[in-house]
Design a protein around this ligand. Structure first.
Ligand code: 13P
Ligand code: SF4
Length: 324
């Protein structure tokens, strides 16, 4: 056994004995670190986080923290956004492979060609994209503020919206603005099965169907509420309904159920049969308590963004934060 493998085995063995949560809390304090987690993270991570929220809330927290280290329990574009906002802080991501199908759908060279082919357009990008794409944008948005961001563009100015075509189509419908859409989708929200949802609704006829705007138009058509993850949580809290079928990544049900313990929350089923009868994001679920612990302990993997990209990408992000 090489020394490296021995060390790894020793360290994994220690995990089984160590209370990971306690160790993470200790390291967090010792290093003046903050843990920001998205609602799609596993419950143990949500429990230990300093803040759990949607993409906008997480960016706002990243902008206001005075911690020295930000550990991002989310996906790569989220940690990268935090780094762009905080170039002097160390931003860590427990697993650098935690990507996003939307971010991957939009390679910088092809997006550059797309913009060049359509001069004079205001470029609005959904935050689920790489720093390079943000650097080519006029303004960034999240699912919480996309409508507001689009409405902020003067009437008559043509708009490119990327990379989520479902969110883009939904915002076109809401605002009545024509936009050129990039052809990207979220593989998780694409996976909801309309036939199974309708069948489920027959079983729970009183249940309201609520959906995230990354879902397909046919899914959004039957939703009685459409909003970001935070929007969906607020909706079930404030609405008088007692039962909800929830079409977004199933991790949200943890926080949602804590907010409304007396209500019935049912995950919307995916097309493919799986054990949870729900939709899970394999990228989000790459983060684990073990990886979170190791990342905080070793201060790696770390997110880096070149100055050239950062200086361009911060402008559309700040425009969005100022508008929110
Ligand atoms: P929000 O939490 O901002 O609604 O985004 C959902 C999502 O898919 C994040 O990747
Ligand atoms: Fe990307 Fe969809 Fe996963 Fe969110 S749920 S990180 S949009 S693949």
């Amino acid at each position: 056994m090489t020394t490296l493998i021995k060390e790894r085995a020793k360290s994994l063995n220690t995990f089984s004995k160590t209370n990971l949560a306690e160790e993470i809390l200790r390291l967090k304090k010792e290093k003046n670190a903050i843990i920001l987690a998205h609602y799609y993270q596993e419950p143990a991570i949500q429990e230990i986080a300093d803040f759990v929220g949607d993409s906008l809330g997480l960016s706002q927290q990243a902008a206001s923290t005075d911690a020295d280290i930000i550990v991002f329990a989310g996906v790569h574009f989220m940690a990268e956004t935090a780094k762009i906002i905080n170039p002097k802080k160390r931003v860590l991501l427990p697993d650098l492979n935690a990507s996003c199908s939307l971010a991957e759908s939009c390679p910088p060279d092809l997006f550059r060609e797309f913009i060049d082919k359509h001069p004079g357009h205001t470029v609005i990008t959904y935050v689920n994209c790489s720093a390079e794409i943000k650097a080519m944008s006029d303004i960034v948005c999240t699912s919480s503020n996309a409508e507001k961001v689009v409405a902020s563009v003067p009437l008559g100015t043509p708009i490119i919206f990327a990379p989520d075509k479902n969110l883009g189509a939904y915002i076109m419908h809401k605002t009545g603005r024509e936009m050129l859409l990039w052809d990207g989708v979220c593989i998780v929200h694409e996976a909801f099965a309309i036939d199974k949802i309708l069948k489920l609704h027959q079983k729970y006829p009183q249940a309201q169907f609520i959906a995230h705007p990354e879902s397909n138009p046919e899914i959004l058509k039957i939703a009685s509420y459409i909003g970001s993850t935070t929007g969906m949580i607020n909706h079930v809290k404030t609405d008088s309904g007692k039962e909800f079928i929830v079409a977004t990544e199933a991790g949200i049900l943890y926080k949602m159920q804590q907010e409304v313990p007396e209500k019935v929350l049912i995950p919307a089923p995916a097309k493919e049969d799986n054990t949870c009868a729900c939709s899970e994001c394999a990228f989000m679920k790459m983060n684990t308590m073990e990886k979170l612990y190791l990342c905080l302990k070793n201060e790696t993997p770390e997110i880096h963004v070149s100055d050239e990209i950062r200086e361009k990408a911060i402008i559309p992000i700040e425009r969005m934060l100022n508008l929110s």
